[in-house]
Design a protein around this ligand. Structure first.
Ligand code: G3H
Ligand code: 13P
Ligand code: ZN
Length: 342
């Protein structure tokens, strides 16, 4: 099966009332782990690559690994998505490379650090929508800035000021024509999200409910959605790692999001931890081992188990065969005809 439109995957998820995990990759084993998990659970798959991943794999390796995955797993509808595109130029290069979905993260300037203005975000995102939809490629935008309430973000007058504003979200979606909107609700990237189990003050799920009420047809995206499971922290620390105690996003909160319009859930850290824990275990238990397969195989297996668990928890399991993927040309035609792929 060729790589397919993320818009179609998310439209189907909305119809079925489930979410789809978007898992980051940097190498062959991570792609294999996701594809095996998708096969075993009969799930559609979103594979995503950050700018760092594209540079690490020199782009072409990544793209050809994805073609191999599409060839070897013909029953799985799969998307190749650019995670956190920092500029229209980055999104353009992803589209030219064969990605079927791009994120234009205009919540930050092109340096990926400085918060942008609303107008900049609208302009940059709109530019990407125009070039992407013409080719049937999906666009995710972001409004509000990621970063937990605990980490100093919003430490000024209004501690919630960096979260996505529901009314502004309506204007943003209307002016840009994006397919999916990443919302800021208090999550952050990486392992150190919360120093205790998050409460309604630190992880503001209420925002998702409000945004979904105002934008019932926009697919919402949760970034920074690793759950940072205690058992993975324990494995890493048991075998010589040094991670301080931390808490991620509870699966039940993600499921609450899914009941309220969240269709794409970004997970990277949990998979990184699963692989690292498995590798540490081999190094600790078999210090004589030096064949990379001795530790890459258990690492791949550990990541597959995490991805499978997420695919089941998000509800995408069992849905791989529900629909026939549309060609990108057909999706482009539908955008042109009605502004949307449905
Ligand atoms: O956006 C965050 C993802 O976990 C990707 O991280 O930029 O280190 O590849 P990265
Ligand atoms: P985590 O660091 O929580 O896995 O988030 C990943 C992410 O949002 C990638 O865009
Ligand atoms: Zn992210």
């Amino acid at each position: 099966m060729p790589l397919v439109s993320m818009r179609q995957l998310l439209d189907e998820a909305a119809k079925g009332g489930y979410g789809v995990g978007a898992f980051n990759v940097n190498n062959m084993e991570q792609i294999q782990a996701i594809m095996e998990a998708a096969r075993e659970t009969k799930s559609p798959a979103i594979v995503q690559a950050s700018r760092g991943a594209r540079s690490y794999t020199n782009d072409r390796f990544l793209y050809h690994l994805m073609l191999a995955a599409a060839e070897l797993y013909p029953e799985i509808p799969m998307v190749l998505h650019q995670d956190h595109g920092n500029s229209p130029a980055t999104c353009k290069s992803a589209i030219e490379m064969g990605f079927t979905s791009v994120m234009m993260d205009g919540s930050l300037m092109a340096d990926g650090k400085t918060p942008s203005t609303f107008e900049y975000n609208v302009q940059a995102t709109r530019e990407v929508v125009e070039m992407a939809h013409e080719k049937g490629i999906t666009v995710e935008g972001e409004l509000g800035t990621l970063g937990g309430i605990e980490d100093g973000h919003g430490a000024g007058v209004d501690p919630l000021s960096h979260l996505t504003d529901p009314d502004q979200a309506v204007e943003f979606v209307g002016r840009t024509g994006i397919d999916a909107l990443a919302v800021a609700i208090g999550t952050s990237h990486g392992a150190y999200k919360f120093s205790k189990k998050p409460t309604g003050q630190t992880l503001v799920m209420e925002r998702i409910i409000e945004i979904h009420k105002k934008l019932p047809h926009t697919h919402l995206v949760m970034h920074g959605s690793s759950s940072v499971p205690q058992e993975l922290q324990d494995i890493i620390n048991k075998y010589g790692g040094k991670m301080r105690q931390t808490y991620g996003v509870p699966i039940e909160e993600i499921q609450l999001g899914i009941r309220n319009g969240v269709r794409k859930i970004n997970v990277d850290t949990d998979n990184r931890m699963a692989m690292t824990g498995a590798i540490r275990k081999v190094f600790f238990e078999k210090p004589e081992a030096f064949d990379p397969r001795d530790y890459m195989k258990p690492a791949r297996e550990a990541m597959k188990e995490v991805v499978k668990a997420r695919m089941i928890a998000f509800g995408q399991a069992g849905h791989a065969g529900d629909y026939t993927p549309l060609s990108l040309e057909e999706v482009a035609r539908r955008y042109k005809a009605g502004g949307a792929a449905r």
